[in-house]
Design a protein around this ligand. Structure first.
Ligand code: ADP
Ligand code: MG
Ligand code: MG
Length: 875
């Protein structure tokens, strides 16, 4: 087994083994870009390190030594040398980039001896000492757990003593004092002197990077981004180049396009005379990359052409790190840049127009779930509001919440359901748990590529960064802007698209979905073969669904219609009825309501099919709660209430008791109701058909699909279909209008799936009710499962996914497959769809595509997601 690869031995597609950073450093090396030489220790070595109880796997160290020799040869410098020492960076790098989550150590190889060598070879003492103090700081913090803030405090004290603002202004003398104090701090915390053997430093640093794979923050990040825990990280050991040698040096980060909007323009930041982390850590607010054109015209040009080359090479927007050492440009990293949904879409659309990628490839460039971001409300610019400050527009979207100053508070309050905005001078990777739970983030320092900005964009959360007008006081938990004081708990809004910070809540408006959005999803529609419908119970939702591109309704539930205030008395009367006549009387009052409901929805969906499910829940859901009723009756009795009323209530109570079920989910519901009380379904069918007749008369094309729920046997469907057909014919005769309609069923219990070949003989269509199908296949009641034990199943990895979110492929998926095959064996062109919540889940949509379904149906807001997911399934 090979544990160590030189950069020139790797390739971009070796990310599993070399991690993203290592694979791309290799790729850049091989296409001839100026990359400082280095080597990569594989992710396998990391995984084996854990298998061996946190020890390096046998053979790895020997390979490392050998690799280092080659490196020394290439550069002509020696590790730990007292004349011209080789320094390296030790950089983490997993398969999927986890910005800032894991550790990196720079300037490794410095000791009291080699620092003299560095002074000699560069003739620059300030610089050499600056590197050494950075190294003692990073190494102590990352490898040995010396508290970061204690270093910071010492640094702040020395800067104050010298009366300078920035660390690159410290004198040689001050740096010497600083080094002594840093070493003392190191000794205090570790009980040892700072290690003076570079090779030992290197091994400790590698251990630290391996260890950072399992740091709390890395684990939180992986969980949030659904990255598996067993991938491990690679370690890159790379020769240092120096951006902190003087004013002809610098370091920066840039995107080939704007990661917030997608605009095709180099976008990033740099600092003169600075090293790596300085830009991201928000130590000084960096300069926009456009200014580099004046500062270092040649470098700028070279950088611009390299970034174009990289974009062409990777055929995607790149996020690039670079350093300039004494007027020479070096590339330190490239990766596909993280971006907001809006940027992802714009970049994909532009790249198709530029001829860089195909429409099919473009489909894979946007995460369907990310589309949600675009559908969320944005600040209404025409509204009145009080802007108190403006920062950088780091991640678009409007957010509103009460101010918190600490990630732990953000987490606690967010978990308790409160909306909070996290306000910090800058964020660090240790704040990730708070960012996850906050509505948005506001920082007073740092640029567009600062940690807060990058993470917020990745999460699709609004962020305003580098808002220097706000002065934060952590001890008093407040910030001030001019004379204004905003305390913890006060409400603010931020607009990540413009950088505005606003006092209180601002009015928002629905986003515009034209332009790129329409074009991109138009391509998705061309590519996909799966239809997309929506679930909607009223004309308003139906219209919304249509606006989002739904071609029909996959499920209209009728029970909500029964729950409405003015109707409930008739529904209860219908339930209380002792005779058919009484029941039909009550139903006759409901008929006009239902007809109006169906008229509205069918009209909103003109020209598209609307699948209407007849009454599904058990009847007791429409009656009062037993306990409440009992209290009411007892009260009436005690206070000598009206005896007629008491009798009425007691009768109601008797009915409630009669209808009581031990397990309502498996009880008297669905078509079982339709069979025992055929007049209920008869009324609903009549309401549908009368609405259709009315619309047809008005010249509006209505396409109703009558759906019978919870069928377990073909005979149930045959029984209810017959009645439905009779009513349709009656209505046609009564109204003199001819219309078309279909009758079908939901497949939502295993028996229905298994006998689908029989059921299909009576059905014009199937629709998978995967919520119930999952409940009945697992034998879980959803509410109990999600409330009580499902989380444990997921935590222990007994189940990989929540089966109520993503279709369980082995169980539920297999039943669906049997049903599709069975159904189409009897009726080859049987229409089949899905209307459970899974219809809006991208992974489940993939399953539906593979099973050959005709359509998925989901909530209106999920329709765009489903259109894209369906296109992705087809490419
Ligand atoms: P992260 O994954 O957190 O971005 P990196 O390993 O990319 O960490 O390192 C952070 C920064 O350190 C880089 O952006 C770069 O500026 C600097 N850096 C890393 N390696 C070197 C090197 N060999 N020479 C100079 N700077 C380096
Ligand atoms: Mg990096
Ligand atoms: Mg159901």
């Amino acid at each position: 087994k090979k544990y160590v690869y030189l950069f020139n031995e790797g390739k971009a597609d070796m990310k599993d083994l070399l991690g993203g950073k290592g694979a791309n450093l290799a790729e850049m090396t091989n296409i001839g870009l100026p990359v400082p030489p280095g080597l990569t220790i594989t992710t396998e070595a990391c995984n084996e390190y854990y298998v061996f109880g946190e020890k390096f796997p046998p053979g790895m160290e020997a390979e490392l030594e050998q690799g280092l020799k080659i490196l020394e040869g290439k550069i002509g410098k020696k590790f730990g040398d007292n004349e011209n020492p080789l320094l390296v960076s030790v950089r983490s790098g997993a398969k999927f980039s986890m910005p800032g989550m894991m550790d990196t150590i720079l300037n490794l190889g410095l000791t009291d001896t080699s620092v003299q060598g560095l002074i000699k070879s560069t003739n620059n003492e300030r610089f050499a000492l600056d590197c050494y103090r950075r190294f003692i700081h990073m190494f102590g913090d990352v490898a040995m757990g010396v508290p970061h803030h204690e270093y910071e405090e010492i640094l702040a004290e020395e800067k104050e003593k010298e009366d300078v603002q920035f660390d690159n202004q410290l004198t040689v003398k001050a740096l010497h004092t600083l080094l002594d104090r840093y070493k003392a701090l190191y000794r205090k915390h570790t009980g040892e002197d700072f290690p003076q053997n570079p090779y030992q430093q290197l091994l400790l640093a590698i251990k630290a990077v391996f260890g950072s794979w399992n740091s709390d923050r890395a684990i939180v990040y992986r969980k949030h981004n659904r990255i598996p825990d067993d991938l491990g990280t690679a370690v890159n050991v790379q020769a240092m180049v120096f951006g902190n040698m003087g004013d002809d040096c610098g370091t920066g980060v840039a995107f080939t396009r704007n990661p917030a909007t997608g605009e095709r323009k180099l976008y990033g930041e740099y600092l003169i005379n600075a090293q790596g982390e300085d830009v991201v850590a928000g130590i000084r607010t960096p300069l926009p990359i456009s200014l580099l054109e004046q500062d270092m015209p040649d470098i700028f040009q070279q950088f611009e052409s390299i970034s174009q080359l990289l974009e062409k090479h990777y055929r995607d927007m790149q996020d690039i790190e670079f350093t300039v050492e004494r007027g020479k440009l070096f590339m330190l990293q490239t990766r596909n840049g993280k971006r907001t949904a809006a940027a992802a879409m714009r970049v994909a659309v532009d790249m198709v127009h530029e001829g860089l990628i195909t429409k099919e490839e473009a489909m894979l460039r946007v995460d369907p779930l990310q589309i949600n971001q675009l559908l969320h409300p944005q600040i209404d610019v025409n509204a009145e509001f009080q802007v108190i400050a403006t920062g950088l527009p780091a991640s678009p979207g409007a957010a509103y919440g009460s101010v918190v100053f600490d990630a732990n508070d953000a987490e606690a309050q967010g978990k308790a359901g409160k909306k909070v905005i996290l306000v910090r001078t800058e964020t660090t990777p240790d704040d990730i748990h708070g960012l996850v739970m906050a509505q948005g983030v506001l920082t007073s320092r740092g640029g567009m590529t600062s940690h807060a900005a990058v993470v917020a964009r990745g999460m699709g959360k609004p962020a305003v960064c580098g808002c220097e007008a706000i002065k934060i006081d952590y001890t008093q938990k407040l910030f001030t802007v001019g004379d204004l004081t905003v305390k913890e708990g006060d409400f603010i809004s931020i607009d990540g698209a413009t950088g505005k910070v606003i006092l209180g809540e601002v009015p928002t408006i629905a986003p515009e979905l034209g332009g790129d959005f329409a074009e991109y999803l138009g391509w998705a529609d061309e590519i996909r073969t799966l239809g997309v419908r929506a679930n909607a119970d009223n004309p308003k939702d139906a219209q919304k669904a249509r606006d989002f591109g739904a071609a029909g309704i996959g499920l209209t539930r009728t029970e909500h219609m029964f729950m409405e205030q003015e109707r409930l008395p008739f529904v209860q009367k219908m339930i209380m009825a002792d005779t058919i006549e009484e029941r039909e009387e009550a139903l006759s009052h409901l008929l006009p309501f239902q007809q109006e409901d169906f008229y509205g929805i069918l009209k909103a969906m003109e020209g598209y099919p609307v699948c209407i499910r007849l009454l599904d829940p058990p009847l007791h859901e429409f009656l009062p709660n037993r306990e409440e009723l009992l209290v009411e009756i007892t009260k009436l009795k005690c206070t000598g209430g009206d005896s007629d009323l008491i009798k009425k209530k007691e009768k109601l109570m008797k009915k409630v008791d009669e209808l009581h079920e031990f397990n309502p989910m498996l009880g008297h519901r669905g078509c079982r109701l339709g069979i025992t009380y055929p007049e209920i379904y008869a009324m609903q069918a009549r309401a549908i058909f009368q609405a259709v007749a009315q619309l047809t008369k008005e010249g509006i094309k209505a396409i109703p699909e009558v759906e019978i729920p919870l069928v377990i046997h073909v005979n149930e469907l045959a029984f209810l279909r017959k009645q439905t057909v009779e009513i349709a014919e009656q209505v046609m005769e009564e109204t003199g209008v001819k219309f078309e309609y279909t009758v079908g069923t939901m497949i939502e219990v295993p028996r229905a799936a298994l006998t689908a070949d029989e059921i299909a003989t009576e059905a014009d269509f199937f629709s998978f009710g995967t919520n119930d199908l999952t409940q009945t296949t697992f034998g879980f009641s959803r509410d109990d499962a999600e409330g009580k034990f499902l989380q444990h199943y997921l935590d222990y990895k007994i189940l990989k996914e929540n089966p109520f979110v993503t279709i369980d492929p082995k169980g539920v998926g297999q039943l669906m497959e049997i049903a599709v095959k069975g159904g189409r064996s009897s009726k080859p062109d049987l229409l089949i769809g899905i209307c459970g919540e899974h219809g809006g889940d991208p992974e489940s949509i993939q399953t539906c595509h593979q099973l050959g379904l005709n359509f998925v149906s989901c909530s209106p807001f999920r329709v765009p997601i489903a259109r894209l997911a369906a296109a992705q399934a087809a490419v």
